[in-house]
Design a protein around this ligand. Structure first.
Ligand code: ARG
Length: 462
């Protein structure tokens, strides 16, 4: 049975039915669809468009459908879409009164409402997963506060940093993601219901009643736009894409840092895999998979941006293509965030190895140049002098802390004994006390600031 078969002389072809149907995926919206219909029927009753009794019978019928779907007693199948399924089941259960549910409503404003409700729920779940990820990173940062590691640019050792600052950098990224989800939710929280098929409705509805019942912040202000706007889908998948981008960076660091070449982190066996041929292998498959899944999330972003391009006002069936990509992007990113938080929590940190690595490859050379510049030598000249010192070390197979004082003096008279204290990694990191810098004090402040901002964002959540 179809909701619209009245004007048709012929049944739809089986292949057309199969191609057009979306119940196989929009069944995911059953709870939102029923919530939306209960709110709509309640409002129709309040406004006298249906009698209170009719409205009550409809709401009870809808609640029984929700219960039965949830308990597994009612299988969601056999119809064109979730809206047809719910409405037809309602009529089966309560008779002709059920046929009044769709008064002053169209599937166009209905589906847009359902999907917004779904995305708002999904944003909450995603926010929880992000919050959990940040908590694991903060835990790692706290355990790392007293330790130094090499910081990199161009994947070459650059300057020593506090280990906690490293983890805080990822917390900053994920906190921005959480903020972005909040912003996205505010724009998603706009109710299209009451827009009808495209032009509004001639019934004396009260959209404020349905808005309040459904928990939307605002109601849409143009019915043509409201039924065809899927910006919130594109925006949410963009948020998910950036989360994936940030995760993929963490994956790359994990793969590098857990290699024997780096040896900074220890991969737990529980999150590693082996090779079918090489008995010695312990592979970081989880990180590689999470990094790889970025591709499909970006793919869904490109897909929705292309679907919404060039669509004439107002609703067009192209928009049915908005759902599967979002569902897949949502599941992918939720799974990735969850497994990565668990894995990161179990990763061991080899502080001794990082401390040794932080001293290697002249990571304190900038400190030598700064030493001279602070004594009055122009920085560019100091940079040149230090470059020559590094050259001397390379030629004589030595390090900056072992260069004889006579050589330092020869390079520049401003050098004193205290230079040997300067060229140590912990000293170098701890001197960088500018706001957000790599000193222990700043890393500690970074942790408290992140904790405060995370709490503030969580308490804003409605
Ligand atoms: N399945 C449709 C969608 O997802 C629901 C709206 C159908 N509206 C219509 N005019 N055929 O967009």
């Amino acid at each position: 049975m179809k909701l619209w078969e009245g004007r048709f002389a012929q049944a739809t072809a089986a292949d057309a039915d199969a191609f057009n149907e979306c119940l196989s995926f929009d069944r995911k919206l059953y709870a939102q669809d029923i919530r939306g219909s209960i709110a709509h029927a309640t409002m129709l009753g309040e406004c006298g468009i249906l009698t209170k009794e009719e409205s009550g019978v409809i709401c009870e019928g809808l609640e029984s459908i929700l219960r039965d779907i949830e308990s597994g007693a009612l299988a969601v199948e056999g119809y064109e879409d979730i809206h047809s399924f719910v409405e037809t089941t309602l009529v089966e259960r309560i008779g002709d009164t059920g046929k009044k549910l769709h008064t002053a409503r169209s599937r166009n404003d209905q589906v847009a409402t359902d999907f917004r409700l779904y995305v708002m729920d999904s944003i909450n779940r995603m926010g929880d997963a992000l919050g959990n990820m940040i908590e694991v990173l903060l835990k790692k940062a706290k355990a790392s506060l007293g330790h130094i590691m090499p910081g990199y640019t161009h994947l070459r050792k650059a300057q020593p940093i506090n280990c906690a600052q490293y983890f805080n950098a990822y917390s900053e990224m994920f906190l921005r993601d959480l903020e972005r989800l909040h912003d996205c939710k505010a724009r998603t929280s706009v109710m299209p219901l009451g827009s009808g098929a495209l032009a509004g409705t001639s019934y004396p509805i009260d959209r404020e009643i349905t808005r309040k019942l459904l928990g939307f912040e605002r109601i849409s202000q143009n019915s043509l736009d409201a039924v065809s706007d899927r910006d919130f889908v594109a925006e949410y998948i963009f948020c998910l894409s950036l989360i994936s981008a940030h995760l993929s960076r963490l994956c790359e660091d994990t793969i590098l840092y857990t290699s024997t070449e780096f040896g900074f982190w220890e991969m737990p066996d529980a999150y590693s895999t082996g090779s079918s041929i090489m008995p010695q292998k312990k592979n970081p498959d989880i990180s590689e998979l999470v990094r790889g899944k970025t591709g499909r999330v970006y793919g869904h972003l490109m897909a929705i941006l292309t679907v919404i391009k060039g669509i004439p006002l107002a609703y067009n069936k192209d928009l049915q293509e908005d759902k599967e990509g979002l569902f897949d992007a949502e599941k992918t990113v939720l799974d990735c965030l969850t497994i990565y938080a668990n894995m990161l929590d179990a990763i061991g940190l080899n502080f001794d190895r990082m401390a040794v690595a932080a001293e290697e490859d002249f990571t304190c050379a900038t400190d030598v140049a700064d030493y001279l510049a602070k004594k009055g030598l122009p920085f560019r000249t100091a940079h040149g002098v230090t470059g020559k010192l590094v050259r001397y070390c390379l030629d004589n197979d030595t390090t900056l802390d072992k260069v004889p004082m006579s050589v330092y003096k020869e390079m520049n008279a401003l050098f004193d004994e205290d230079i040997l204290r300067i060229v140590k990694a912990p000293h170098s990191a701890n001197e960088r006390n500018s706001v957000g810098g790599s000193s222990r004090t700043m890393a500690r402040e970074g942790i408290s600031s992140l904790e405060e901002r995370l709490d503030a964002l969580r308490s804003k959540r409605k």
